[in-house]
Write a protein that binds this ligand. Structure first.
Ligand SMILES: Cc1ncc(COP(=O)(O)O)c(C=O)c1O
Length: 374
């Protein structure tokens, strides 16, 4: 059947959503073995997090918290579900605020709405770096704390638009001074780069398996410490081994198996993060040689980068396919990841790609520019 075939198979993939979620060889192997619905529940004794065969219990109680730099962990159905679990667990009565960075992902915003918070955003520094600074975070927190009850703060590390890594350590200290717990959204960090909540500060850390941990999805991770353990793991009164915030059990199938199967691979690859940053910076310089402008932090500290592309935008004004010309040209060259219709601004990721693959992407951009300028 045609839909079994993935159109982008074998393409050079620079889609930030996809570069960190490509499966390890071990994860590919478990896909079929554990593909049946509730496969992990063969020997369940009542809770996903307690299953010993396969060793989910060891993963959740030992390996994952060590990796995240926390005392406890849970597996969720995605980063957003982890954020919502925390937001919901902390939500009290009456009007309560959450303060979050203006670069936050929509899923943070929507999770906060679902949990019934009023939301205050810490705006970024705007063009060209779009940074979220601790100073601005402190101002907003202070302002909202004077007017109302701030229950939680959230920082996106890094954000999904510019790949900026805000100073979480400072922001965590600021939140602590206001007695406001901090949730670190590391959907683009956990599994790509070394990240430890113990070192960063803050009270909760969230990751995304399908985005950054070489896993099938949907699956996410949550790390937290003793101080909030009772709230996060609160049990049902009637079903004593079912945790309410996780609706009893979360990723009860093949996704958790891919997460576990990729774990060694992921733990090894984060140690090579310096190489990834160096490669991203090299790519950024080469793009700028072609007339593009990398926005966000510079020099950049992450593989996710946002570019302004005047040469491509100019072409799009005259090209036959208008702003779809770039997508078409890249597709022809078997490059995937820039959304159809984008030319003026777009983001991409260099994560896990070889220099040869990236050189191919750069050469393709150059070729396309020359073709239309000739
Ligand atoms: C910064 C950021 N956080 C969270 C998410 C959502 O992750 P998940 O699909 O695991 O809920 C995304 C997805 O694009 C993201 O970019």
């Amino acid at each position: 059947m045609a839909f079994y075939e993935r159109q982008t198979k074998g393409f050079v993939n620079i889609d930030p959503l996809q570069t960190g979620g490509r499966l390890s060889e071990d994860a590919k192997r478990v896909l079929v073995e554990w593909g049946d619905g509730y496969s992990v529940c063969d020997f369940c004794t009542g809770s996903l997090f307690e299953i010993k065969t396969p060793p989910i219990r060891t993963f959740v109680s030992k390996l994952l918290p060590e990796f995240l730099g926390t005392e406890y962990s849970r597996i969720t159905n995605g980063a957003r579900e982890a954020k919502y679990a925390v937001m919901h667990a902390l939500r009290g009565k009456g009007e309560e605020w959450i303060v979050m960075d203006g670069n936050a992902h929509y899923s943070s915003y929507v999770a906060a709405e679902r949990a019934g918070y009023r939301i205050a955003l810490v705006e970024n520094s705007e063009y060209p770096e779009f940074r979220v600074t601790p100073e601005r975070f402190a101002e907003v927190l202070d302002d909202v704390a004077k007017r109302g009850n701030v229950r939680l703060a959230l920082i996106t590390y890094p954000d999904g638009n510019y790949g900026n890594l805000p100073d979480v350590r400072k922001i965590a200290r600021i939140c602590e001074s206001y007695d406001v717990p901090l949730l670190v959204n590391g959907a683009y960090a956990v599994g790509r780069m070394p990240v430890s909540l113990k070192e960063l500060g803050g009270n909760f850390i969230v990751g995304s398996g399908h985005k950054s941990m070489a896993s099938a999805g949907p699956v996410g991770v949550l790390g937290f410490n003793e101080d909030f353990a009772d709230r996060i793991t609160r049990k049902s009164e009637r079903y004593r081994n079912k945790e309410i915030e996780f609706l009893g059990c979360t990723a009860r199938g093949v996704a958790v198996m891919t997460l576990m199967a990729s774990f060694d691979y992921v733990a090894r690859r984060v140690k090579r993060w310096d190489e990834e940053v160096e490669k991203a910076r090299w790519f950024s310089r080469k793009m700028e040689d072609l007339g593009m402008i990398q926005l966000g932090e510079k020099p950049h500290n992450h593989d996710l980068m946002f570019f302004e592309a005047p040469p491509l935008y100019e072409i799009s004004k005259k090209a036959k396919d208008g702003r779809f010309f770039l997508y078409r040209e890249l597709k022809k060259r078997r490059i995937h990841g820039i959304k159809p219709g984008l030319t003026r601004h777009f983001k991409l990721s260099t994560y896990g790609l070889t220099r040869d693959e990236l050189r191919y992407v750069l050469d393709s951009f150059e070729e396309i520019i020359n073709k239309y300028s000739g």
